[in-house]
Design a protein around this ligand. Structure first.
Ligand code: SF4
Length: 280
């Protein structure tokens, strides 16, 4: 990749525009930038917002998000607007049935919803610890991005490590990071799509990423730090723009949105093709 980061981003935006994608509107509609702004203002997130973030993260797994968007109000209703007591006592089989009725399930939906009650109990028990850790991340976000990233890593580790008391069920590293973005933690979600687009086989932003299917925490965190390094080169507002560029590159590939740098890329719509490492 020989392009300057600013030029690369400009071309991604122009490619999306050519496909008629209003990326600013789409990014705003995801609400993740708004969540980071609230964190920067020092706001804390309620337990309902944590549960909503976790449920959205579950539902986004192996699903085309665009197809879920028209159903989000119904989903909020099915999950009792994320009231913890109601969900802890709810019959998971009925919730699964209702989600399947509106065709918003996925291959893991049964396991995910059966794990919900236990996950909510953990979130309730550890809510103040999680919130305190997140506020620590924001203490460092301007002057020591790597230090704050180490706190993110520590928190991901605690929530995913089978030996930890606060391990969340059915949540791997990438889903935890999606949940984090939903509750305003400034982090990129290093999932298969982002790793594929930004890794060495395509745009070459993430030099450590050869294998887009990795789920190892140390490699994902390395990718995150590289992504933040990329954002630092083009932004004066890094905490917000980490999410902004995460969302932008995701739109560039996502089904129902850009569908340009997707698994089988549509390089004919891409203005970066002369500078990309993709070999076909
Ligand atoms: S793989 Fe194709 S669509 Fe993706 S960045 Fe490269 S040229 Fe563009």
């Amino acid at each position: 990749m020989t392009l300057e980061p600013k030029t690369l981003v400009k071309l991604v935006k122009e490619s999306l525009k050519i496909k008629g994608i209003d990326f600013e509107r789409e990014i705003n509609s995801f609400g993740q930038i708004d969540a980071v702004k609230r964190r920067i203002e020092g706001k804390r997130f309620k337990i309902q917002e944590h549960i909503k973030g976790l449920v959205y993260s579950f539902l986004s797994s192996q699903r085309v998000w665009k197809k879920l968007v028209p159903h989000l109000n119904k989903i909020d209703c099915i999950f009792y607007f994320y009231t913890p007591e109601k969900l802890i006592n709810a019959d998971p089989e009925k919730l699964i049935e209702k989600i399947r009725e509106i065709k918003c399930g996925n291959r893991s939906i049964g396991r995910q919803i059966r794990a919900l009650s236990s996950n909510i109990k953990i979130l309730k028990k550890y809510n103040s610890v999680i919130e305190m850790k997140i506020s620590e991340i924001y203490k460092y976000h301007n002057n020591d991005i790597i230090k704050s990233q180490n706190i993110v890593e520590d928190l991901v580790n605690q929530l995913t490590n089978p030996k930890s008391d606060c391990k969340l069920k059915q949540m791997g590293n990438a889903l935890i990071m999606e949940y984090f973005k939903n509750i305003g933690v400034r982090s990129m979600k290093p999932d298969t799509h982002l790793l594929r687009i930004c890794g060495m086989k395509r745009l070459g932003i993430l030099e450590s990423v050869e294998d887009e299917n990795t789920n190892k925490l140390n490699l994902l965190m390395k990718a995150q730090k590289e992504f933040i390094g990329f954002v630092i080169k083009i932004s004066e507002n890094v905490p917000i723009d980490v999410i902004y560029y995460d969302n932008l590159f995701w739109l560039f590939g996502a089904k129902g949105y850009g569908e340009i740098c997707s698994k089988d890329p549509n390089c004919k719509y891409c203005l970066i093709s002369n500078h990309c490492n993709y070999m076909g």
